[in-house]
Design a protein around this ligand. Structure first.
Ligand SMILES: Cc1cc2nc3c(=O)[nH]c(=O)nc-3n(C[C@H](O)[C@H](O)[C@H](O)COP(=O)(O)O)c2cc1C
Length: 190
């Protein structure tokens, strides 16, 4: 199974990207699945004027991004909380794509703040987004408050107490994602 992690902050000196890197490392280290980070700061998509399918001249990287989303089996949306929600960059990127690219795929959400609250409102809003594109949003969420104290820039864990939260979130996410992938394989096998 391949898991795509959408890293949604395009802010200079962003910190939530650390969580995307940490999740990727954690999944890869478990050895059962592969994971990649789709970094919206690297893509720099302009504000959507039309969906990809109908765009005469798509922005650079958009077709490749769409292909990576289509090829992934499950997703984790990682976003900071900005004014009570997830980033505009995440909504913008998702809106370019066809709903079918997320359809029947498991989506976990991780929200990130510099303060202690961890961004519950952004996490809830991302679950709504996941449902909006016909994904299977898992009920568990990873809330990362005080991000700079928990992860370094490379995504290494600085706070050993947080390992349990991350492990538990990933366990729930992978459990359902594997079940959905197995179901699809059994349907294909007839
Ligand atoms: C535009 C903006 C809005 C923010 N709104 C919230 C918020 O609603 N709740 C919160 O806990 N922190 C909020 N913060 C603080 C962020 O949690 C903090 O800046 C965090 O590092 C942002 O993630 P990033 O560094 O990946 O961009 C806000 C920050 C910015 C720049």
């Amino acid at each position: 199974m391949h898991i795509a992690i959408l890293s949604s902050s395009t802010r200079l000196n962003r910190q939530s990207h650390r969580v995307a890197l940490a999740l990727q490392q954690n999944i890869e280290n478990q050895g059962a699945h592969t994971a990649s980070v789709l970094d919206l700061a690297a893509y720099q998509f302009p504000i959507m004027e039309e969906v990809l399918q109908k765009l005469p001249n798509p922005p650079a990287g958009l077709a490749e991004f769409a292909h990576k989303v289509k090829s992934a089996d499950a997703f984790i949306f990682v976003s900071p909380e900005y004014n009570g929600s997830y980033t505009a960059a995440l909504k913008n990127a998702v809106d370019y794509l066809k709903e079918s690219e997320f359809n029947k795929k498991v989506i976990g959400v991780a929200s990130v703040t510099s303060g202690s609250m961890g961004g519950m409102r952004a996490a809830l809003a991302m679950q709504q987004l996941a449902l909006g594109v016909s994904g299977y949003a898992i009920p568990q969420m990873l809330l990362v408050g005080q991000v700079a104290q928990r992860f370094d820039e490379a995504g290494n864990l600085l706070d050993p107490l947080f390992e349990k939260s991350m492990h538990s979130f990933l366990q729930h996410f992978i459990w359902l994602a594997e079940a959905v992938v197995e179901k699809k394989m059994s349907v294909l096998a007839g």
